[in-house]
Design a protein around this ligand. Structure first.
Ligand SMILES: [Zn+2]
Length: 122
């Protein structure tokens, strides 16, 4: 999983829409067209929200890896056995995250806390 490339892709992709929205806002203000202003604002703020959400999520995946969990909670990783840092339970389940994130979430079956994430390819 290359997080840098994914982030750049999201930024470029959303920027294209934001640029269209920005141009629409400017021309709406110049021409005094209210419909164009609403339309432009939508094109500007929706991608902005998506971009912020996606980048935040990617940063979380990038940070909260198995290696991170092991260094953060060494007492809860013994060999291949991982236990929950919150309640100590050793039953950890994995679920695939939807929404085309291509990541799996490793969570505690007892308290539901997310321990770490892993990319789906591995
Ligand atoms: Zn727990």
């Amino acid at each position: 999983m290359n997080y840098g490339t994914s982030k750049i892709f999201i930024i470029v992709f959303c920027s294209i829409f934001m640029l269209i929205g920005g141009v629409a806002i400017v021309s709406a203000v110049v021409g005094g067209n209210l419909f164009f202003l609403v339309w432009g604002a939508m094109f500007f703020f929706i991608p902005l929200t998506i971009m912020r959400g996606n980048l935040k999520q990617l940063s979380t995946f990038e940070k909260m890896t198995y290696d991170w969990y092991r260094s953060e909670h060494p007492e809860h990783v013994q060999g291949n056995r991982v236990s929950c840092f919150s309640c100590g339970n050793a039953r950890i389940n994995v679920r695939a995250l939807m929404n085309r994130t291509f990541h799996r979430e490793h969570f505690c079956t007892q308290c539901g806390k997310t321990l770490y994430y892993s990319p789906e390819q591995s």
